[in-house]
Structure formats: structure tokens, C-alpha cells
Design a protein around this ligand. Structure first.
Ligand code: UD1
Length: 378
């Protein structure tokens, strides 16, 4: 395992490096992680091939993130769209195999734990293309989460593992991953947060949404919370308890919105459309509390110092519990009540190691070293 320190840019910045690595993104949480890596590669004169699978296709889940995060237009858009896991994964495998056979990339870089990540890793490995996984080694140890399966499979197939947090190293080592493939680089999603933080405008978004007084932000989209009526009723009861203390604003992902509305979410929270990156982070930055079942938001709130109540039984991001502002409350209304009374205790103990805005640089450095090693072998 190596802890990578940024540097070496000067060497690479003065010449363009030919690279036909493919970076695959597909769903909203991928975009914040890929943007700093792509930018750091570009600073080194490397222009990787960017592929958008089209897993997320709504402008509010996709286009707006490309614009705001200044991601380059994808070289390839595969348009796979939605479906059951089998349908979506099958469409991804077919489209990615065709593309990889055409391009014959030297490496495929995948991000996070969505179905696009899994499919790109499986396709690349069958074609014997080396894989780099950004955000490797996170584990919830809960195989009922589709993302956990995606994480385990992707890591087992990857040749380079970029980890955001020290416990990920142990998780990978226990699964037999060679420690020489693991690079502790920090958190690229936090690079994005720190790069854009100056543009978070809590007052503007508060005014635009007509929010008065202290407020909490709600996001819910996990299948375990929104895919059946009983689960949706439970989380809405949790929100009802929280709403006794603060106004709740819920920018809802299209998945599960109908079920949450049927369970009465609109009576306890102001439901709004999904927000772009800057509006969402502006809203979070002014909040008294966030109630969520997202993974990434547990990390973002930890860095911003905003108390986060996670409506899940487990987290693949335990560092947000030990060092950050996160607390697991499950979907127990009493636990939500208790936590809402005690938000002051969720202060956090500082930002986790290497969440310093330079993860993209560290990842780019390792990838650039690999490219120049491959070049000198040719
Ligand atoms: C996916 C990821 C999840 C991530 C989430 C962030 C997987 C297994 N899950 O979940 O880890 O936290 O993205 O948003 O990859 N839909 C739209 N418009 C879109 C995309 C989806 O309306 O642009 C609706 C469709 O009804 C679709 C449903 O959302 O069937 C689910 O989309 P999907 O991409 O399968 O998973 P997410 O729930 O978005």
C-alpha cells in the first residue's frame, strides 16, 4: 500500500501524453468523484476518454452536474437508461463491450459503486483490460444493498484500488486484494466540495425555496426505504418526528417519489425536484440537520460540520461515525426523536485524513506514472 503525495506535475505538464484510458461514469454520484480526477489528468496534458453510460439521463440528475462541475462533454454516450438490475446491467455490458472492443483502451477507470461501475469492471476484465477503481474498499457488509455487491465484485476485478479511508485497506486485504495495488489517496468527492465551497449560497437557496427559520434537508432513494409501502410509511413517520423541531425540505430522487408521496411525505416536508450540485450543497450548507439514506452525503456533511442522521442500519463509511457528524438512526422514529434532541453532540472530530482537496491529484499521479511506464515498455 502506498500513501500517495501529490507532485510530479511539473514533469508531466510540459508535454502532452497520449492515453487511451477510458473513464466510465453513469450516475449522479459518479460525476463529483470523476471531475477532480479528469481535471488533474488534464493539467498533466493527459486527455482520457470519458464515457457516460446514460444510467442517469434526466437533466437534473446528469446534465446539470456536467455543466456545474465543468466536466468535459463525454466522448461516448451509451444511453442505457433504466430497468431492473438484470436489464440495466445487461444493457451496460453489451454497450460497454462494443465500445471497449472498438477503442481497445489500455485501462478502464471506474468510480464508486453504481451499476455502471460493476458493468464496466466486468466487461473490462473479460477483455483483459486493467481496471482502476476509485473509492475502493468501502464495505457495509450488507449484501442486500445492490451497491455492496457492486463494490465487492468491482474490487475483486480491479488492478488498482484508490481508497478514501484507512479502514478500506483492511477490508480489501481481508478479501485477498494485494496491498501493492492499494493507494490511499483521500476523497475525490471532497475535492469537489472544497473546490466549489465558495459558491455555496445558503441564503440564496433559502430565499428561492421560501424557507423560514431553521431547516433540515431530507434525501431518500435507497430501495430498502422507498421500494415498498410499509418501508416508505416508516421513514415518513421518522420525518414527521423530525419535522416537530425543524422545517424539512426534501429534494426527492425520482425513484420512490410516488411511494413516499403516497405515504404522506408532503404533509411533513416541502418536497422539491432534485437539485443540481450547487443548489443542493448550498441547501445543505445552511441546514441544521440532514436526514438521508445516501452514502456520499454522510461524507459531505461530515466535512461541512452539519449533523447527519442516516436512515439506515449500517454504513460503508464508518469514518463518518467515528470522526464525522454522522449517526445511524435506522428507521426507528424514537431514535430519530432522540437524535434530534441531541444534535449538538454530532460535532465531529475533524476532517478524516487526506480529505484535503488533493485526492484527484494523487490519483492522477498514479495513473500518469502507469501511463509513462506503459509507454516506456512499448
Ligand atoms: C443509483 C445507484 C445508487 C446511487 C443513486 C444516486 C445503482 C445500483 N444505484 O440508484 O447507488 O446512490 O443512483 O442517485 O447503480 N430514474 C429517473 N431518471 C434518471 C434515472 C433514474 O427517473 O435519470 C428513475 C427510474 O425510475 C429508474 C429509477 O430512478 O428506474 C432507478 O434508477 P437507477 O439508475 O436504476 O438507480 P438509482 O435508484 O438512481
Amino acid at each position: 500500500m502506498r500513501i500517495v503525495s501529490p507532485g510530479g506535475e511539473a514533469l508531466l505538464a510540459c508535454r502532452r501524453v497520449s492515453d487511451n484510458s477510458i473513464h466510465v461514469v453513469g450516475a449522479r454520484p459518479n460525476f463529483m468523484k470523476a471531475a477532480p480526477v479528469i481535471r488533474a489528468l488534464e493539467r498533466r496534458g493527459i486527455e482520457p476518454i470519458l464515457v457516460h453510460t446514460g444510467q442517469h439521463y434526466d437533466a437534473r440528475l446528469s446534465d446539470i452536474f456536467f455543466e456545474q462541475l465543468q466536466l468535459p462533454r463525454p466522448h461516448h454516450y451509451l444511453g442505457v437508461g433504466s430497468g431492473s438490475h438484470a436489464e440495466q446491467t445487461a444493457a451496460l455490458l453489451l454497450a460497454l463491450e462494443k465500445l471497449f472492443l472498438e477503442v481497445r483502451p489500455e485501462r478502464v477507470v471506474v468510480y464508486g459503486d453504481v451499476n455502471s461501475t460493476l458493468a464496466a469492471a466486468v466487461t473490462a476484465s473479460k477483455l483483459e483490460i486493467p481496471i482502476a477503481h476509485v473509492e475502493a474498499g468501502l464495505r457495509s457488509f450488507d449484501r442486500s444493498m445492490p451497491e455492496e455487491i457492486n463494490r465487492v465484485v468491482t474490487d475483486s476485478l480491479s488492478n488498482l484500488h484508490f481508497v478514501t479511508s484507512p479502514e478500506a485497506i483492511g477490508n480489501l486485504a481481508r478479501e485477498g486484494v494485494s496491498v501493492s495495488s492499494i493507494h490511499f489517496v483521500g476523497n475525490p468527492m471532497i475535492d469537489t466540495l472544497l473546490a466549489f465551497q465558495e459558491r455555496f449560497e445558503a441564503d440564496r437557496i433559502r430565499e428561492e425555496l421560501g424557507i423560514e427559520g431553521p431547516y433540515g434537508v431530507v434525501t431518500l432513494h435507497r430501495p430498502s426505504n422507498v421500494d415498498d409501502a410499509e418501508a416508505a410509511a416508516r421513514v415518513v413517520e421518522c420525518l414527521r418526528r423530525a419535522s416537530k423541531r425543524v422545517t424539512l425540505i426534501a429534494p426527492l430522487h425520482p425513484r420512490g417519489r410516488a411511494r413516499l408521496e403516497a405515504a404522506g411525505i408532503s404533509q411533513v416536508a416541502q418536497v422539491v425536484e432534485p437539485l443540481g450540485y450547487l443548489d443542493f450543497m448550498s441547501l445543505v450548507s445552511g441546514a441544521s440537520v440532514v436526514l438521508t439514506d445516501s452514502g456520499g452525503i454522510q461524507e459531505e456533511t461530515s466535512v461541512l460540520g452539519i449533523p447527519c442522521l442516516t436512515l439506515r442500519e449500517n454504513t460503508e463509511r464508518p469514518i463518518t461515525l467515528s470522526q464525522g457528524t454522522n449517526r445511524l438512526v435506522g428507521t426507528d422514529p424514537d431514535a430519530v426523536d432522540e437524535a434530534m434532541h441531541d444534535l449538538g453532540s454530532l460535532q465531529g472530530r475533524g476532517v478524516p485524513p487526506l480529505w484535503d482537496g488533493r485526492a484527484g491529484e494523487r490519483i492522477a499521479q498514479v495513473l500518469a506514472d502507469e501511463i509513462s511506464d506503459a509507454g516506456s515498455r512499448r
